[in-house]
Design a protein around this ligand. Structure first.
Ligand code: ADP
Ligand code: MG
Ligand code: MG
Length: 899
């Protein structure tokens, strides 16, 4: 009640305190009550109580007395009485966690109805049909939620009764039919050894317990895991007086968003079901009406809108929506019910939205003066940006539409059709792309939705489970695609005459709602409009630089397009894998003498130089860090197995030769392969990642790095002469001891100088090293005497700090480690702040002690991970470098770290 809410501020002053204590739903109900909106009265049992319930394995002391007291107060306030046969009080018992988990937990409506009070309700409302319908719904929900009886068992009885009485829809059942149904439901209870409790307080006690317990049901646990929600928050329980949307045509229930959750357009958007109660909308059982003309885009066009059928209530809803949005300064998702022309609000929360909507709403709310730029930046998640950078359907592609549904969650997805969520997970784990196709989804399908590229359902509206969850996950979805006739048993569906079997590939476009036959080509996305604006604001705010890892000039171009301020890592070895280059690289490796090696290197020099020229041109005005050869040489040669097999094949052929010439040819081929094999054997290492690679190679075969430095300087001279501003940085990998760097520096500086003298041009370049071996971080002060910059190679640094092989650990034990909670995250994906992070901090600090101008950055996988970026910002790095597609994400995350 409004007057009780002053006290709430003492225990939970801020909005987030309230959410934590009362759950999102409870806090929303309290806030709406406080600002005078029409909310049915009720009370909330706190999340703390829920956690206590788990600790004490039962109701904590005093809880039940407080429940009785609060219920009494509710009776006094409403003038109704729990279980009365005259004017009965009915309540809903609703779960509500601090972080919204839509559909994850259970709600029971109409609680308090018994054999006795159902008559009271009938009398009071003068509507026995309504009362008995409410009663049978309670028995059904209670049986399902509290006692765990399968929903289907009730549905079967319902279908049988409908058939018996010739009723098409639930609403066609009369009192007699409903009474009979109640008896059938009770029989279902008995089959499971239960009786439906006739004491309303007993119902209440069991329902509260069930809501508590639902915090730990399977699907809630999975949802929390996917969304990284802590397990110890608990759920609140809201006990709220029932209002009825099923009391005739001047009643109804609906869901509304204050802005369009798909596009972000500023317009009230929603669905409404006349003469219906609660869950009917969410469950997607009946086709909803649009609340207004605008929302008709996707709803059934023939049904009257709420605006048409109850204009006054609609007007009121519109005003409430505006008020709530101004109050919360964010787009709201509102659940409401109309009882005999009176509007009640049952829930409000910040609405889930697509990535595009998130960005648009954030930008427009800044323009409207509702929020600041900083707030706008915090509203957009790195995942939103990621989603917007997903591929779209190529508009020029030829495609055949086989069905059209509602465009529930944007983006394009393609994959093999799978009907079973478990199967979806199974195939996805094998690396297959799948699309989950279902008549409709329920919370039990969450794991399958998570594993799928996209979701397609035959039933349900824009606020159905599938739509809401897909949007939250950022997965493309098409829902309510009624053209599909799905045969789950035999595993196929029919659409416009096509039979699509499980395993066939289809493509869906969640932006248009279209479903296409087969694999439609997708095109890479670009940055424009609102996203561009948000990222510009992010650039204004952030201090951390963002560069890209790019190995080819094409990648460098993409990186510039996405806003990279330079190249943080160009891996030269990737240039050696080109078809035209690999043989020369192999020639170099196989060389018997220094002269032979230099001959091959001379050829490579020409190629590398042209790559670098391209790089410098693309990145005009920005730094380009070129890392000298890093991987072990065997990576450029075929494997032992391949070679042995090839040799064996040649030997087989030898047995069938018909001419001497042929034999000679075969023999020489065999010898060549054997020669390669002997080099491969020579290069063989048990632990190549800890072996002969990086600067170790560069020291033993100096001519390799010398060639690379020559190519860099020659390219730099060429591009400089074109009048372009360039900033080359030469980077040595895998330094562990200062003497390695010292030696290489002396040698390579000489080479650079030679090249400059030859051309008479002066090139300004930086010389630096990766810090990726723990010893380098520990002795960074020594190393910084010979380095103008550090770049933390956090992939190797993580590998060597943990002692986990980055190539094998994931499958063997790392995944399990994360599941078991030994590690919170995979340290190769998200930087380990406490361990590896400490080395990064130490490296920067020590390095800057001997070289105050030291430039420090990071170029591992972590450079594109928001949580790691936060750390790098705090550690005082100058920039992060990540793959081109993560650059926009890094720009946003760097700004968020600053805010
Ligand atoms: P969820 O968290 O799944 O949205 P809710 O607790 O919001 O669950 O309940 C689902 C729906 O049940 C609500 O949207 C509303 O339509 C209906 N409902 C809940 N409580 C009441 C009530 N006191 N009176 C009428 N309808 C209710
Ligand atoms: Mg709700
Ligand atoms: Mg490395």
């Amino acid at each position: 009640l409004k007057e009780d809410l002053e006290k709430l501020n003492e225990v939970a002053p801020t909005m987030s305190d309230k959410k934590k204590l009362l759950g999102g739903k409870g806090a929303g109900l309290a806030e709406m009550t406080r600002i005078g909106l029409p909310v049915p009265p009720g009370y909330t049992i706190t999340t703390e109580t829920c956690m206590k319930y788990f600790e004490e394995k039962g109701f904590p002391q005093g809880l039940w007395d407080e429940v009785l007291e609060a219920t009494k107060k509710l009776e006094e306030h409403t003038g109704k009485k729990f279980g009365s046969d005259d004017n009965p009080l009915l309540v809903s018992v609703r779960s509500g966690a601090p972080i919204s988990m839509p559909g994850m937990m259970d709600t029971i409506l109409n609680l308090g109805l018994t054999e006795k009070s159902v008559e009271g309700l009938a009398k009071q409302t003068n509507n026995p049909r309504f009362a008995w319908d409410a009663y049978r719904r309670l028995i059904q929900m209670f049986g399902n939620v509290v006692l765990g009886i399968e929903h289907n068992e009730f549905e079967e009885e319902l279908e049988k009764i409908k058939e018996k009485y010739g009723a098409k829809q639930d609403v066609d059942l009369d009192v007699e039919a409903l009474k009979e149904l109640v008896e059938k439901y009770k029989e279902v209870y008995r089959r499971h050894g239960y009786e439906f409790p006739q004491d309303p307080y007993e119902q209440l006690r069991m329902a509260i317990k069930a809501v508590f317990d639902s915090w730990n049901n399977e699907r809630a646990i999975v949802y929390r895991k996917i969304n990284k929600i802590p397990d110890d928050m608990g759920t609140a329980v809201n006990v709220v007086m029932m209002v009825f949307g099923n009391m005739g045509d001047d009643s109804g229930t609906g869901v509304a968003f204050t802005r369009d959750p798909r596009t972000g357009e500023k317009h009230l958007y929603g669905e409404f079901l006349p003469n219906a109660q609660g869950e009917d909308v969410v469950a997607g059982i009946r086709t909803p009406h649009a609340i207004n003309e605008y929302s008709k885009q996707d709803a059934n066009r023939d049904l009257p809108t709420m605006e048409e059928s109850m204009p006054d209530v609609y007007e009121q809803l519109k005003n409430v929506a505006e008020l709530l949005e101004k109050h919360y300064k964010d787009m709201q998702d509102i659940e409401f019910t109309v009882e005999k022309g009176k509007l009640y609000l049952l829930q409000t929360r910040n609405g889930k939205r697509t990535a595009a909507a998130a960005v648009r709403i954030a930008v427009e709310m800044v323009d409207e003066g509702l929020i600041t730029k900083e707030e706008a930046i915090m509203r957009v998640t790195p995942e939103n940006v990621d989603t917007l950078l997903h591929p779209q359907i190529d508009p020029k592609a030829k495609k055949e539409v086989i069905a059209k549904g509602l465009a529930a969650s944007p983006g394009a997805a393609l994959g093999k059709v799978v009907f079973d969520p478990d199967k979806a997970v199974e195939l996805a784990e094998k690396g297959e792309k799948v699309l989950l196709v279902r008549p409709e989804t329920t919370p039990d399908d969450i794991h399958g939705m998570n594993a799928a590229q996209g979701i397609l359902t035959a039933r349900g509206g824009m606020t159905s489970h599938a739509a809401v969850v897909a949007r939250a996950m950022g997965k493309p979805a098409v829902v309510g695609c009624e053209e599909l006739s799905i045969n789950m048993k035999e595993g196929y569906f029919i659409a416009r005459g096509h039979r699509i079997n499980e395993g066939d590939i289809i493509t869906i476009d969640g932006t248009t709602g279209e479903v296409y036959l087969g694999e439609v080509p997708l095109i890479p996305p670009s940055i424009s409009g609102n996203l561009e604006k948000i990222l510009e604001w992010a650039d204004e705010i952030r201090v951390l630089g963002v560069r890209a890892n790019a190995d080819t000039p094409e990648q460098a171009t993409k990186a510039r397009e996405f806003g990279a301020e330079g190249i943080g890592l160009a891996r030269t070895e990737h240039m050696f894998f080109g078809e035209d280059r690999l043989p020369i690289m192999q020639e170099m490796i196989m060389a018997q003498s220094k002269e032979d090696r230099v001959k091959a290197l001379d050829k490579l020099l020409v190629m590398q130089r042209s790559d670098f020229v391209e790089f410098f041109r693309t990145m005009e005005g920005y730094p380009v860090i070129i890392r000298l050869l890093d991987p072990p040489l065997h990576e450029f040669l075929p494997s032992r197995e391949e070679l042995t097999e090839e040799i064996n094949e040649l030997k087989m052929k030898l047995k069938e030769v018909t001419s001497l010439r042929e034999m000679d040819l075969l023999l020489s081929q065999i010898n060549e392969k054997k020669r390669i094999l002997s080099v491969v054997n020579e290069l063989h290492e048990f632990n190549p990642m800890l072996g002969f690679r990086g600067c170790r190679l560069g020291i033993i075969y100096p001519e390799i790095y010398e060639m690379q430095v020559r190519a860099i300087i020659q390219a730099a001279i060429q591009v400089k002469n074109e009048g372009k501003e360039i900033y080359p940085e030469i980077m040595i990998p895998l330094i562990g001891h200062v003497n390695e760097l010292k030696l290489l520096k002396e040698d390579l500086e000489k080479v650079a100088k030679e090249e400059m003298e030859k051309s008479g041009e002066e090139i300004k370049y930086m010389f630096g090293t990766m810090i990726e071996i723990p010893r380098a971080a520990l002795t960074a002060d020594e190393i910084a005497k010979y380095a103008e910059f550090f770049s933390f190679g956090t992939n190797d640094l993580t590998q060597m700090t943990f002692g986990y092989s980055r190539d094998d650990a994931q499958a063997k034990f790392l995944k399990k480690y994360v599941e078991m909670g030994i590690l919170k995250d995979d340290p190769f994906k998200s930087l380990d702040w406490d361990g590896v992070g400490q080395l990064v901090r130490m490296g920067v600090e020590k390095g800057r002690k001997t070289n105050p101008n030291l430039e420090a950055g990071i170029c591992g996988e972590h450079g594109g991970d928001p949580k790691s970026i936060e750390f790098f910002h705090m550690a005082g790095l100058n920039y992060v470098s990540c793959s081109p597609y993560r650059v926009p994400i890094a720009r946003l995350a760097a700004a968020q770290a600053q805010i």
